[in-house]
Design a protein around this ligand. Structure first.
Ligand SMILES: *Cc1c(COP(=O)(O)O)cnc(C)c1O
Length: 706
């Protein structure tokens, strides 16, 4: 499935022939999860590497011809180059493991979290989609991704002194991002027209190479479109309902056109959440037109060959468009399908609230016989809230299955552990990463070493946070209270709790601030001090989320906490890695049952950062009483939950951490860390997740199609 569409990135300079392959590595995100790739760019020029925010294209663009010549003469760089380039080539040419089955899969999602140089994500949904593409590439699974190019990315978070989140614009410099323009036969930027939609919208197409998987991105910010239409793709999850509908039309229907017009063959359509569900209409249309199926047969075939993954545990969180809005946009479309307006609308009507409009989740459920929730618990929740829409399976239960999310281990594992496992099994460990026994190697690592590498990552994190403040101070001269709130007084030697995720009310980011006097005693204890690091963005339209954030930021400025509460700005993939590897405890306290799965706790656990969480999402499947902690009850009660959290910290967690032996570490703490890695890594790896998707959906669908 290596894609050979003609494409260009115009920012890359002419490279000396000895290192011409650098361009291939720079233009494939393979380098982001393979140390030989990452290390190479860092070696070439550590200063420019940092300066470019780890973007190889930007770095190469800023290198003079003379400097490029210098690389060729540097033997150690050339050795690293040869190693990286050859590894890359071997990886790319490796025969697919799943060459024949299943049939190729087209994966649609509104956002992808791949790397911070491509800011087209807001959070968990995007990272899941990014990890799915990376793992499919590693497994040789034939997949192609469809998404959106957001010229303005997601908000960059800048905090004001009084704790209000201000969004700053940070437009993507398209030509310096690791993306390429797809070209048409004449060498022009390939553009599609979104069919039958009124008014006409065009989108140009970019691509990102994710190892052996290609991700195509649609971009409406082009000259052919009117200003209003150019802004369709401007922003991720725009609160403007009209633009939002148009976004989803372009993503679903436009995305489907891209695959058809590029002649990309695939047989399974996988929709990650309801945003791209309009692709199902275009799929019906295509079956009628190309395979000459009747409308009924086309609908049946779409149902059998499409997979719908739902992530919402609340009916209210789904996109619903008024019938007027849908009518205006689709009035020519249902005719093209040979459908009546009633039949068309009927596919998206929620029987619980039939006058509300066209519901994207209901539509997805109705049009895909293959449906899944994203954890065992969420499956139960989804079965309940959609019981009136879901057909019954042969056991009389709502017909929805689950595939618990997983995380792409090579992306999220810290370098220390990566090196140890790589030494143990060579590169082969990736093939056996979902097997429990593969991870028992952590028992062989000396306890002291495990403790030390955590301390090392904690130091790295604290330095990184202070460095950010130092740079900001140098630039704007910030207030000391703000510097304190942003973490200037963090201590690399004490027990550190991390809470980093979207600042949404249901996640209860300020639960731990419920009783400030009690918290003060915990944090400022002389012998056993504790600190908390917060990070996370509120959605720009979420005033409640912004207020919670402000509460945290202001509390962090109170001198009585002595700088032991910090908030790190601009949570994204880079900040996440520092925190996931650097804190001791990963706190997660969503209100039950509103966390469909959650993945950051998995990323923490595989690094030995202990998960302290309410029993929601994936945690009931992951928690084994030895690999972290669980608290809270269902339904959630803020006061009770907060008390239980303080009790756990005071009576169990803090004493455990500080029970250090003569060698300066806590053996019981280390035992828990090892247990966390061993129990979580195999079971919540993206490899296990993709095998579940294969077993439950992709292979059965393929078999039916043969
Ligand atoms: C993994 C990840 C998420 C999603 O994690 P949750 O547990 O769902 O909050 C969000 N943001 C970043 C940067 C991540 O890496």
């Amino acid at each position: 499935m290596i894609n050979k569409d003609p494409s260009v990135n115009i920012a890359i300079p002419e490279l000396p022939k000895e290192i011409a392959g650098l361009k291939d590595i720079a233009l494939n995100l393979w380098w982001t999860w393979n140390p030989e790739g990452k290390n190479l760019f860092k070696m070439i020029n550590p200063y420019l590497w940092k300066e470019s925010h780890h973007n190889p294209i930007a770095m190469l663009k800023n290198m003079s011809q003379k400097e490029l010549e210098r690389i060729v003469k540097d033997e150690s760089i050339m050795r690293a180059y040869s190693f990286a380039y050859n590894s890359f080539k071997i990886y790319m040419e490796d025969k697919n493991i799943y060459a024949d089955e299943p049939l190729p899969i087209a994966y649609f999602c509104a956002e992808y979290g791949l790397h911070h140089s491509v800011p087209i994500y807001s959070g968990g949904l995007g990272f899941l989609a990014g990890d799915i593409l990376k793992e499919s590439s590693d497994m040789g699974l034939p997949m192609v991704g469809i998404g959106f190019m957001y010229p303005n990315g997601y908000v960059r978070q800048v905090m004001s002194a009084d704790g209000w989140q201000n969004g700053a614009e940070e437009p993507i410099e398209k030509d310096v991002a690791p993306i390429e323009r797809v070209l048409d036969k004449e060498g022009k930027h390939f553009t599609i027209k979104v069919p039958f939609i009124d008014p006409v919208v065009y989108a140009s197409v970019w691509k990102i190479n994710v190892g052996r998987v290609t991700l195509y991105l649609l971009d409406t910010d082009i000259e052919q479109n009117d200003p209003w239409d150019r802004a369709i793709s401007s922003r991720l999850y725009t609160p403007d309902i009209n633009q939002r509908l148009r976004q989803q039309i372009v993503l679903g229907i436009g995305g489907y056109r891209v695959l058809e017009e590029l002649g990309i063959e695939y047989s399974i359509l996988h929709l990650n959440e309801g945003h791209p569900a309009f692709a199902l209409f275009e799929r019906i249309r295509s079956f009628i037109e190309k395979e000459k199926l009747s409308l009924e047969d086309a609908i049946e075939k779409v149902k059998q060959t499409s997979v719908f993954t739902t992530h919402t545990p609340l009916q209210a969180a789904t996109d619903v468009y008024s019938f007027d809005m849908i009518s205006n946009a689709f009035k020519d479309y249902w005719q093209a399908l040979g459908m009546s307006k009633e039949q068309f609308m009927g596919l998206g009507i929620n029987p619980d609230n039939p006058s509300a409009g066209f519901n994207m989740t209901v539509f997805g459920i109705n049009m895909c016989n293959n449906r899944n929730a994203v954890s065992k618990k969420h499956c139960k929740v989804a079965s309940d809230i959609w019981s009136h829409v879901l057909p019954k399976n042969n056991k009389g239960k709502p017909a929805i299955d689950y595939v618990t999310n997983g995380v792409h281990i090579p992306t999220w594992l810290n370098d220390e552990l990566y090196e140890i496992i790589n030494e143990k099994f060579r590169d082969k460990w990736k093939q056996i990463q979902d097997i429990f026994l593969s991870w028992t190697f952590v028992d062989d690592i000396e306890d002291k070493k495990v403790w030390e590498f955590s301390q090392y990552y904690k130091n790295l994190m604290v330095n990184y946070i202070r460095d950010k403040i130092r740079m900001r101070y140098a630039k704007d001269g910030i207030d000391p209270a703000v510097a304190m709130a942003e973490g200037v007084l963090l201590d690399p030697d004490i027990l550190t709790i991390g809470f980093a995720r979207r600042m949404a009310a249901y996640k209860r980011p300020d639960l731990i601030l419920s009783d400030l006097d009690r918290l003060e005693k915990i944090l400022t204890n002389k012998e056993r001090p504790v600190q908390i690091i917060f990070a996370g963005k509120a959605h720009p339209a979420d005033i409640e989320g912004k207020k919670i954030l402000q509460h945290i930021f202001k509390t962090a400025q109170e001198t009585r906490f002595a700088g032991r509460i910090a908030f790190v700005e601009d949570y994204g993939e880079n900040v996440a890695k520092y925190l996931l590897h650097g804190v001791d405890i990963w706190l997660n306290n969503p209100q039950l049952p509103l966390e469909a799965c959650g993945t950051s706790g998995m990323k923490a656990s595989i690094n030995g950062t202990l998960h302290l969480s309410t029993l929601d999402g994936w945690w009931p499947e992951g928690y084994n009483e030895k690999n972290g902690w669980a608290f809270g009850e269902e339904p959630s009660d803020n006061v009770k939950d907060a008390n239980e959290l303080y009790d756990l910290l005071e009576k169990e967690i803090i004493p455990l951490y500080y029970s250090v032996n003569d060698e300066g570490y806590s053996p019981k703490w280390v035992a828990m860390k090892k247990e966390a890695i061993k129990s979580v890594a195999p079971k919540f790896s993206a490899r296990r997740m993709m095998k579940d998707y294969l077993k439950k959906f992709y292979i059965p669908i393929s078999n039916k199609l043969k």
